[in-house]
Ligand binder design. Structure first.
Ligand code: ADP
Ligand code: MG
Length: 554
């Protein structure tokens, strides 16, 4: 369909040549045609294409570097990038071209006019594409990088695999615009004697004064070239579209697919028992069987403090979670529950205090109390800690299918072989009841399904501890049950879990212990029967009355 439309458009660009050929009434049509296919003009066109291709490629790569520099937290780095962009955007390309042409020989670098043009165009393009790329990165929700960090993915990996592929949707139209602009602007390279298309057209006109036909032919050639750019843009946009159907698609989408996961999968690796979480799915937990028998704390927090500006969010928190225990955290909004969870896997730095998981601090150098000092490779520390995290808003990678979401960290962070990761991923998806949706993108799934994929994704890194931050708060009431059901199975299988939730039934039936927090402190804790049914503190009673009232209303 689209290809036919494109061909029709291209044909229309060459004005009815065949029809008019030989018609004496329009001899100019023949003349335009002969110039349009003239080797002399096309040699110039090829030169323009070469300059554009090299200039754009180099420019976009430099632009990515500049964009990252501008996003740097180091003032010096971002200022240098800002200044470069300020100068290059604020001065005419023509001046830059002449400047490079005259300046390079002065410092002993002798290049021909073609290389000079490529360099000047690339340096200029870098400034513009830097801003386009920066805008694209801003367009990707920050929750995507938080989810990646929770899976142990480092900065570069997150940029390359998660942020840029999603930013491409916003970046591509701008870059395509710039490509078209550059192709046409190569004509000004004639000032440094680059013999390109417009320059050649002028040379012909200078000899025979056939302004109309020669320039029309040149315009047609430009239109043909820019149409090719538009076609490439359309293809690329389809590749990065959220609507892409990973199962179908033409040769291009198959070649360019990020994972190339075969679909449908061979029957052998689609497990036969759906919607159950068997002990062998959590086989890695058996390693800790010995520890589970002891009463030693698995997660221990001591005097944990955190402030945002002047506001103290965690005010010296102490807590302990034992191996295989399911602890639910209750507390009013803003009491620091999410901050606490983020601190356990070091998604956020502590101001003071200590948290150990399985005896080790995540991403801190050993210290004897005092101010915690973060280690250099935080991503590695998170990966090694193997702490799974599930978010209120799922935070699935929007450009990856359910299965791709699940296998990303095992393959990229933990070096699991692709076939093995896919087999494990399919088992996990089946165990949360979603084998049939493995090849669907997140936006095609319901909230409950997305959250179950998110749980499978967290389980794929073989966690020894799972953190849940209000996993059902964003769900329609009828979808809450399916997510709680999976969490219940996980608890029964022996997973150590810390669950921030308002679901009282879950806290009562599944939780071993309840911690009630307010204003960054533990107000009271104990078995559910005590904290929920017979709270000792007035603050707890008031909170529970509110929550239970809400439950009655809904
Ligand atoms: P809860 O999850 O219990 O609702 P949070 O841990 O999300 O509470 O937040 C506790 C307090 O810290 C809130 O007042 C919130 O506004 C503040 N806060 C959380 N994250 C940030 C942040 N990144 N910057 C500034 N303030 C924050
Ligand atoms: Mg919260």
């Amino acid at each position: 369909m689209r290809r036919a439309a494109l061909a029709a458009a291209l044909a229309a660009l060459v004005p009815a040549t065949a029809m008019a050929a030989g018609t004496p009434a329009f001899p100019w049509v023949n003349e335009v045609w002969s110039y349009t296919i003239s080797g002399f003009l096309w040699t110039g066109a090829v030169l323009a294409v070469e300059i554009t291709a090299l200039g754009m490629t180099t420019g976009v790569v430099l632009g990515l570097g500049l964009a990252l520099m501008r996003l740097s937290r180091l003032r010096v780095v971002s200022s240098v990038a800002w200044f470069y962009i300020f100068i290059m955007r604020g001065t005419p390309l023509l001046l830059q071209l002449v400047f490079v042409f005259d300046a390079l020989p002065a410092i002993g670098i002798k290049l021909d006019s073609f290389a000079t043009a490529v360099i000047a165009f690339a340096l200029n393009e870098a400034a513009f594409s830097a801003e386009i790329i920066r805008g694209g990165i801003f367009s990707v929700n920050r929750t995507q990088s938080i989810a990646a960090a929770s899976l142990g993915m480092g900065g570069w990996l997150t940029l390359r695999r998660i942020i840029l592929p999603q930013a491409m949707r916003a970046i591509l139209p701008g870059i395509a615009n710039n490509t078209v602009s550059m192709l046409k602007l190569t004509s000004i390279a004639s000032v440094i004697f680059v013999n390109e298309l417009t320059f050649r057209a002028q040379q012909i006109v200078g000899q025979n004064f056939r302004f109309f036909t020669v320039f029309t032919a040149a315009a047609i050639i430009y239109l043909l070239l820019t149409s090719a750019i538009a076609a490439a843009q359309a293809l690329a946009e389809r590749r990065f579209s959220e609507e892409r159907d990973p199962g179908a698609g033409g040769i291009f989408s198959r070649l360019l697919r990020p994972h190339g996961v075969a679909s449908p999968l061979p029957a052998a690796i689609v497990p036969m028992r759906p919607n159950t979480l068997e002990p062998q799915d959590l086989a890695w937990l058996q390693l800790h069987e010995r520890a589970r028998e002891s009463d030693a704390p698995f997660v221990a927090g001591h005097n944990v403090q955190k402030s945002y500006g002047a506001r103290q969010v965690l005010a010296g928190l102490d807590f302990v979670v034992k191996q295989g225990e399911v602890v639910t955290i209750l507390g009013p909004s803003g009491s620091g529950k999410s901050t606490l969870l983020r601190m356990i896997n070091h998604l956020e730095a502590m101001d003071w205090g200590e948290i150990t998981v399985d005896g080790k601090q995540v991403g801190y150098q050993p210290s004897n109390g005092g101010k915690p000092r973060p280690t250099r490779d935080l991503a590695r520390a998170r990966a090694d800690a193997r702490i799974g995290m599930v978010f209120q808003h799922f935070n699935l990678f929007a450009h990856l299918t359910a299965l791709e979401n699940v296998i990303e960290a095992p393959i990229r962070v933990h070096g699991v072989k692709r076939a093995e990761a896919i087999a494990q991923g399919m088992r996990l998806l089946a165990s949360v009841g979603l084998a049939a949706h493995a090849h669907h993108l997140p936006h095609r799934l319901s909230g409950g399904q997305q959250q179950r994929v998110a749980i499978a994704r967290a389980l794929a890194i073989r966690p020894t501890l799972m953190l849940f931050d209000e996993p059902t708060s964003a769900l329609d009431p009828e979808l809450v049950g399916e997510v709680l059901g999976v969490m219940r199975k996980l608890a029964e299988a022996g997973m150590t879990m810390i669950v921030v939730t308002h679901e009282m039934r879950f806290a009562r039936q599944v939780g071993d212990r309840v911690i009630f927090m307010d204003e960054g402190r533990v107000v009271e804790e104990g078995p559910p029967a005590q904290v929920i049914d017979a709270p000792r503190h007035e603050r707890t009673r008031r909170f529970l009355r509110q929550v239970e009232h809400e439950e009655d209303v809904t």
